[in-house]
Ligand binder design. Structure first.
Ligand SMILES: Nc1nc2c(c(=O)[nH]1)N[C@H]1C(S)=C(S)[C@@H](COP(=O)(O)OP(=O)(O)OC[C@H]3O[C@@H](n4cnc5c(=O)[nH]c(N)nc54)[C@H](O)[C@@H]3O)O[C@H]1N2
Ligand SMILES: Nc1nc2c(c(=O)[nH]1)N[C@H]1C(S)=C(S)[C@@H](COP(=O)(O)OP(=O)(O)OC[C@H]3O[C@@H](n4cnc5c(=O)[nH]c(N)nc54)[C@H](O)[C@@H]3O)O[C@H]1N2
Ligand code: SF4
Ligand SMILES: [Mo]
Length: 886
């Protein structure tokens, strides 16, 4: 096979990949990663043949032909619009759409259905940054580029766990720091892996970002660090903004009070920022996903605008985008309050886009934003919805209400590549072609457009999303406007629209690409926008170098901000939610790859030991987390990485991977008033211990989920030949396993299978194995809470293999201490090396650096995602060595 160059489907870094002869590696010539990949990117080859793909359209659960499904969708949408008007239907799409998918869906809803009701999961992700960019710059623009990270002297990361969420960019930063000594400051209420390499970690009170940056602006002004000439030429609103900042944070002590950061640490941060010209501030979800998200971002932009540190090498504010095409979606107008090609719902733009599309029925007002959109479904205002490439039953706030809304909605279409908690609620499920099977473009955090290229056929009759939307559009009577034959056709139209009647008012202009031939499109090299026709087509690495902001007066706007740190109810904890290193969102791909599950195999709620003590919660105890919206169950991880009063829960687990660990069910839906982005980092919850009587480890060929029973908590992990479940029970074992048939159901073995058991009733230890002939089909270990269970590996080694009588005995006896161990905590997922092995090697061979660990064990030498954790283990070893002998 010829080598194919494509782009990673995960985060907004947008790393290039080369695929040839079954191998997949980082693309050394791609300017985002220059050959590097993180643990998720490096594991993409293991996602190509994942089980459970959706192959065929289904209607009410039965297989259907595409024609039948598409006709039905067109008919239902048309009927609903006829009876209740265009705003009675909606699309909810995704930053994981390719630009071409997005363009077609947006054109159909806004141009031809005539409603603004298309919103996207970017509302949960980028909306506050978009709104703040528009407020300050006049347009949604990220001024800088990745190279700036390598040319900065100070990098401030706020609300970003970059080591885990943008790992390759983080590795570029760390490599640059080795050369030039870049200083790194992390602003995050909890201590994350990103803090391992930081010079300073500011553990601010959650939600106090505006105060922190207002304080910085005051400090900059009183240290004469304001660039007055730059402001005079290019910025408006300076005086009012400074005044508001003075009012909010008149002194260092006031800021310390508002943010909970010690005055000395504030002073250090402010001095470093003031004295360093080449400073970059990168921000992500800790800033965006807040009920003051837009203000949070503007507070950062204010400091860069006041000092003129923008648009030049090594300096500027920089929004880290989440999804692979978070930026592309905004280019086509995927958010309900945008039109297309960075145009908005004003008269001139509406008129312009309607002429370009020849759309007689264009939407004239913004549509409903995600939270309102699902509320409108719940209230019956929206009666037909099409959800694509996102899993809102898990990722939306008040996910329980979202599920109820979809259950009650008369017509729900979902396109996805795997079954999800959302497809389970759909009337029509459409099988989507996924990464590796579809063609198009994505735009990464630095405005760089790259091609995703197909290199294998989609399974069954799965089809790309753009095709589904174009088909439905044609069947609704708009065949001419949706006659696209390929992604290249769509891309050309999108590029032409960006340049249409654009003489420089809109910086998003890729007119130079409007006439690409199909061959040029196929060969398109990664390039940064803008790419206007008028200029040489090299793109602009940095924008605003000499001002030139796309506002009516050409000036950027500083925004006066009031600050208030949210008050906390003393009995509750503030639930912060976010990501872990090796999982991608709702786990549809990464949760099916065994070695990606090894790093964190189960959801845990992290909380401070003081909060735990007050609630009688011990390490690893099962706890119930609840509030008015819902409940979740998981084990507790007590750690001083969390401040007292805060807790952290991963966002990833769904009903497919745990019995009750869906984060969205606990998340309130307070939104930022400007952007409509929900505060996903700050819901009040109560946490209480759950008494568990027994624990179990079940390994079996069948992946069927255990029966749901609120007295059993389970989590699921895949393995090479089957599935493993960790079980905990809060009602006596004999009320769960009431009979042999109940046991066989749990093991998923038929009555004809041989059932072998071992028991030690005095110790409440029970072990079972099920065989078809010689083949091991299932194995279950049970023990009282707190007692160790035999390791999973034991059963996993034998699963679906023939076992000799002696092996059967060793499987059930599991008697040697080596065989009764806690699950391994795998640190290096590329080579499967766990923490215990690394710690032993550090201790026994006096390893002193990440390089030495690599030379000795290979850990950290492939993707490098575990390097911050290796550093932590080295540090822990140093601390133990230095501790006085007892
Ligand atoms: N491994 C992995 N990587 C990913 C993804 C994934 O699912 N898995 N998803 C991608 C996507 S779509 C996105 S959007 C990005 C998200 O990337 P990040 O934003 O880096 O990730 P999060 O874990 O959501 O949140 C970042 C941090 O914000 C902190 N935070 C919470 N409250 C506050 C606050 O009030 N102030 C400040 N300053 N910080 C706060 C949290 O403690 C957390 O550590 O990651 C992308 N990369
Ligand atoms: N509590 C809490 N909630 C959050 C967040 C948080 O930090 N905390 N973060 C928010 C953020 S930033 C984001 S981006 C969202 C992410 O949340 P979601 O978008 O809901 O999560 P994903 O699992 O990425 O969903 C993508 C879906 O698309 C499917 N898919 C993959 N490729 C294709 C394709 O080509 N076509 C189609 N049709 N489907 C495809 C996948 O199987 C998967 O089901 O979650 C948000 N929700
Ligand atoms: S950093 Fe990792 S997940 Fe993000 S694009 Fe690169 S390889 Fe993919
Ligand atoms: Mo995101």
């Amino acid at each position: 096979m010829n080598e194919i160059r494509t782009t990673c489907p995960y985060c907004g870094v947008g790393c290039g990949l080369r695929v040839a002869n079954g191998t997949l590696k980082g693309d050394v010539s791609h300017p985002a990663n220059y050959g590097r990949l993180c643990s998720k990117g490096a594991a993409l080859k293991d996602t190509l043949d994942l089980p459970d793909r959706l192959h065929t359209p289904t209607i009410a659960g039965r297989d259907a032909e595409w024609d039948e499904a598409l006709d039905l969708i067109a008919q239902k949408f048309a009927d609903t619009i006829r009876d209740h008007g265009p705003d009675s239907v909606a699309f909810y799409v995704s930053g994981q759409f390719l630009t071409e998918d997005y363009y077609v869906a947006n054109k159909l809803m806004k141009g031809f259905i005539g409603s603004g009701n298309i919103d996207t999961n970017s509302r949960l992700c980028m909306a506050s940054s978009v709104a703040a960019h528009v407020r300050a710059f006049g347009e949604d623009i990220v001024p800088g580029c990745y190279d700036d990270l390598e040319e900065a002297d100070l990098v401030v990361l706020t609300g970003s766990n970059m080591a885990w969420c943008h790992p390759v960019l983080y590795q570029r930063l760390i490599a640059a720091r080795e050369k030039r000594g870049t200083k790194i400051i992390v602003i995050d209420p909890r201590r994350t892996s990103t803090c391992e390499t930081a010079d300073l970690h500011l553990a601010l009170k959650a939600g106090s970002d505006v105060a922190l940056f207002s304080g910085l602006l005051v400090h900059l002004a009183s240290s004469n660090a304001i660039d007055e000439t730059w402001i005079a030429d290019h910025v408006s609103g300076f005086a009012e903004t400074l005044e508001a900042a003075w009012e909010a944070t008149p002194s260092l002590d006031a800021t310390a009070d508002a943010t909970g950061i010690a005055p000395a640490d504030l002073q250090t941060f402010y001095d470093m920022f003031t004295k360093t010209e080449r400073v970059m501030t990168l921000y992500s979800q800790g800033v965006n996903q807040s009920s003051t998200g837009t203000d949070n971002v503007n507070a950062v932009l204010n400091c860069h605008l006041a000092t003129g540190r923008i648009g030049r090498a090594g300096m500027g504010p920089f929004s880290l985008t989440g999804q692979p095409n978070a930026m592309g979606g905004r280019e086509v107008g995927g958010l309900a309050n945008q039109l297309a090609a960075h145009m908005s719902f004003n008269e001139a733009d509406i008129n312009r886009v309607s002429r370009f599309w020849s759309a007689p029925n264009i939407a004239t007002a913004a549509g409903r934003k995600a939270v309102d959109l699902f509320d409108d479904i719940a209230s019956g205002k929206i009666k037909a919805v099409w959800i694509a490439a996102t899993n809102p039953a898990v990722s939306m706030p008040r996910a329980g209400d979202v599920r109820d809304a979809l259950k009650a909605c008369p017509f729900v279409v979902v396109s996805d590549a795997w079954p999800t908690d959302t497809t389970a609620l759909a009337h029509v499920v459409l099988p989507a072609a996924a990464w590796a099977e579809k063609d198009g473009t994505v735009t990464n955090s630095e405005r760089r457009i790259s091609r995703q290229r197909a290199f294998r056929a989609a399974p069954g009759s799965a089809r790309p999303d753009w095709w589904m939307f174009a088909q439905v559009a044609s069947r609704m009577g708009h065949a001419d406007a949706f006659a696209f034959q390929s992604p290249a056709d769509i891309f050309r139209e999108h590029a032409a629209l960006s340049a249409f009647e654009n003489t420089g008012q809109r910086l998003f202009d890729i007119g130079a690409l409007a006439n690409l031939s199909n061959t040029d499109y196929d060969a398109l090299e990664p390039l940064q926008w803008p790419q206007p026709k008028r200029a040489s087509s090299t793109g602009s690495t940095r924008l605003f170098t000499r001002g030139g902001f796309p506002t009516p007066d050409g000036r950027a706007r500083m925004i006066p901000l009031a600050s208030s740190t949210p008050k906390r109810a003393p009995a509750t904890l503030r639930l912060n939610t976010g990501r872990i290193r090796d999982q991608w969102h709702t786990m549809t791909r990464t949760g099916r790859v065994p070695h990606l599950m090894a790093h964190t195999a189960a959801p845990l709620i992290a909380m401070n030991p003081l909060d735990a003590q007050m609630r009688n919660i011990g390490q690893d105890m099962l706890v119930r987390i609840s509030n008015a919206h819902g409940t979740a169950l998981m084990r507790a991880n007590l750690t001083t990485d969390q401040q007292p009063g805060d807790a952290f829960m991963p966002m990833h687990w769904t009903d497919e991977f745990a019995s009750a660990a869906v984060v969205g069910k606990l998340v309130a839906s307070n939104v930022d008033p400007v952007s409509g982005q929900p505060d996903l980092k700050g819901s009040d919850v109560t946490v209480t211990p759950v008494e568990t009587l027994w624990v179990g480890r079940l390994v079996r060929i069948s992946s069927a989920l255990p029966d749901s029973d609120e007295n059993i908590f389970w989590t699921k992990t895949p393995n090479i030949s089957g599935t493993a479940f960790e079980l905990s029970g809060s009602s006596p074992l004999n009320t769960v396993i009431t009979s042999e048939s109940a046991l066989r159901r749990l093991l998923q073995i038929p009555a004809s299978a041989e059932l072998v058991s071992y028991s030690d009733p005095k110790k409440s230890v029970f072990r079972y194995a099920g065989f078809t002939g010689e083949r091991l089909d299932a194995c279950l270990y049970l023990a009282p809470e707190g007692a160790a269970l035999p390791p999973r590996d034991l059963a996993e080694t034998f699963l679906s293999r023939a076992m000799s009588p002696l092996e059967r005995i060793s499987l059930l006896a599991a008697a040697t201490p080596a065989l009764t161990a806690a699950p391994k905590e795998v640190i290096c997922s590329c080579f499967g090396i766990d923490a215990a092995r690394i710690k032993a090697a550090i201790r026994d061979h006096n390893l002193a650096s990440v390089g030495e660990i690599g030379a000795s064990l290979k850990a950290g030498t492939n993707c490098g995602s575990c390097i911050p954790e290796l550093k932590k283990l080295l540090q822990q070893n140093k601390e133990t060595e230095m501790a006085p002998a007892k």
